[in-house]
Design a protein around this ligand. Sequence first.
Ligand code: GLA
Length: 406
Amino acid sequence: MDKMLLLLFLGLAAEICSGLDNGLARTPPMGWLSWERFRCETDCTTFPDSCISEKLYMAMADKMVELNLKAYGYEYVNIDDCWPAKERDPETGKLVADPDRFPSGISALADYMHARGLKLGIYEDFGVQTCAKYPGSEFYMEIDANTFAEWKVDMVKFDGCNSDPNDSPYGYPTMQFYMNKTGHPMLYSCEWPLYESKKPDYALIRKTCNLWRNGHDIGDTWKSVSSVIDFYGDNDQNFSAYTGPGGWADPDELVVGDFGLSYYQQKAHFGMWAMFSAPLLVSVDLRTISQEALAILQNRNVIAIDQDPLGVSAKRLDGMNLPNSISVWTKPLADGSTAVAFYQKGNSGRPTLVSTTLANIGLASGNGYNVTEVFDGKGMGTFKPSSPFKVLVDPNGILLLKAVPM
Ligand code: GLA
């Protein structure tokens, strides 16, 4: 391990151990993030409208206002990799935004967001370089935390490329310490578990970070999205046990509205992220998004499941033996009701009938339940725990229900 980091960590351990109490992310954060859709395109001559530049983030903020997305809870506009100049300021050691692509600077961009009631997120990496080989924060964490605070940045995503994986348990808390020390609240999104060399210490990660990415980068394909869902089902001890107000496991961005998913797959993706109490950070071009995809992102019933104040992440009920790769997931909600997802990973070609009972999925309240379909808000009727309960589940799709005890 890097000696300097170790000394720093030991020196600061007492304060760090008091845990993360920045008051942020009481519910999963919502907003927009550039990475999956816009990547690291820096050629603004050939791609003036989609290169990583202040113009792109301003355009997305304008669309967030125009589409009224703030009213649904979407507020962060987050810069990802490739925003800085290749060199730090030689005198101060500070990061500098690329002068051609961000001529007004990050502070002005933060003002732009704040004037519209939005927030600005930025990206850095605790290694010597970011994943795309821009200057990293190693040896500069205090300067970088201060710079982000000075710029009035509201959220920091901290990646782990080009670092020693053994350093993660020291590097991430060190950045947290310096961010706290600025006195400027910044939501802290860590990629720590992804770069951890050992089994991640989720208790420590939760104390340190508001969000933690535990899986690989999402791609705009059903294979990628469905593998993230499997990963959550297989790891519910690690993920659901630590998720809650102030700290959330992050299955990565939403790709709703991009190129790779069908309408039904987009619904399943959004519905399952809501079941996970996941951050809803959508990586899409808001200038060209379809009405259909927008309606999914603006579904208030589904958003309410995601933002439920209890903050529990759904668990998959294993051993149910359902047809066509269907799994059932349940998530208790703050009002005493339960969100239930019937999710069909595979494509059986037509909606699949599932015949079960509510008791079989752990809903045993004697008076029974009033059940509604969440996406369209339609009532399905009332059911005793032992009465037959039959549903149709779309291929590569989701049937998302809310069961309210009577
Ligand atoms: C890693 C992260 C991504 C993105 C890229 C940027 O791959 O996991 O989310 O931030 O780096 O280079």
